[in-house]
Design a binder for this molecule. Structure first.
Ligand SMILES: CCCCCCCCCCC/C=C/C(=O)SCCNC(=O)CCNC(=O)[C@H](O)C(C)(C)COP(=O)(O)OP(=O)(O)OC[C@H]1O[C@@H](n2cnc3c(N)ncnc32)[C@H](O)[C@@H]1OP(=O)(O)O
Length: 194
């Protein structure tokens, strides 16, 4: 963990005035590669450190819609297959939002098939993150309601930008959505499973 945090500091993930700045070298060496499918999820993998930086990049608020969730799962799979990858830092490319959580519009006025596919993708994201073999760190650089909070909880470690304006929490009940019991008990009461 300490080594990973050192790496995250070296990568430029340092909190200052409530921001987590991501400064990465412009010139990428052969030890570094980047990939993205549709640019909603940006991944920069540094083979020399074994640390991948994954940035959600779906402006304006990094909504977790079907497309983004699918891209997230594909990106996780690629990193899991990379034997050089040991750790993952999950953050946002936006200045004040980590993610606004699930895209409510994906659940509103859509066909049962679409809603089923969407919730399958949501669960897949949780499985990929919570079940990852990588050491996972959420660098929460902005607002993180609902599934944003759950994403952070699914990581091994969490660091949040020091800014009183930013909030994080499970607010989905205000929208009539209830997180499944297995998720809440596993993430909030892990002692039940040990
Ligand atoms: C690993 C996890 C796995 C989970 C496994 C299973 C989990 C099951 C249970 C999951 C339960 C989770 C549920 C949710 O996530 S529900 C969503 C909760 N999120 C919110 O309530 C966010 C509400 N948004 C805000 O508070 C603000 O937008 C925010 C503070 C984030 C940013 O404010 P800002 O002023 O910068 O931006 P705007 O408010 O103007 O927003 C811009 C546009 O985006 C639209 N928007 C915002 N949030 C959502 C959303 N969640 N869904 C759809 N649309 C959203 C907003 O309406 C604006 O749209 P317009 O420009 O058209 O007005």
């Amino acid at each position: 963990m300490a080594a990973l945090l050192k790496q995250s500091a070296r990568l430029g993930l340092s909190g200052r005035h409530g921001q987590v700045f991501c400064r990465l070298p412009w010139a990428l060496s052969f030890q570094r590669y980047m990939f993205n499918a549709n640019k909603k999820i940006l991944v920069e993998m540094d083979k020399s450190t074994g640390v991948a930086l994954m940035k959600m990049a779906n402006p304006p608020v990094n909504l977790l819609n079907l497309e983004t969730l699918t891209e997230f799962a594909i990106s996780m799979e690629k990193l899991e297959l990379d034997k050089d990858c040991k750790g993952l830092i999950l953050t946002s490319s936006l200045s004040k939002v980590f993610t606004a959580g699930l895209d409510i519009m994906e659940m509103c006025g859509k066909s049962p098939e679409h809603v089923t596919e969407f919730w399958r993708a949501v669960q897949e994201m949780w499985l990929k993150l919570y079940g990852s073999n990588l050491v996972t760190i959420a660098a929460i650089n902005g607002f993180s309601p609902g599934a944003g909070c759950l994403m952070a909880l699914a990581c091994d470690y969490r660091i949040m930008a020091d800014n009183v304006k930013y909030s994080i929490g499970l607010n989905e009940t205000q929208l009539g959505i209830v997180a499944p019991f297995w998720l809440v008990t596993r993430e909030l009461r892990p002692s039940l499973f040990s």
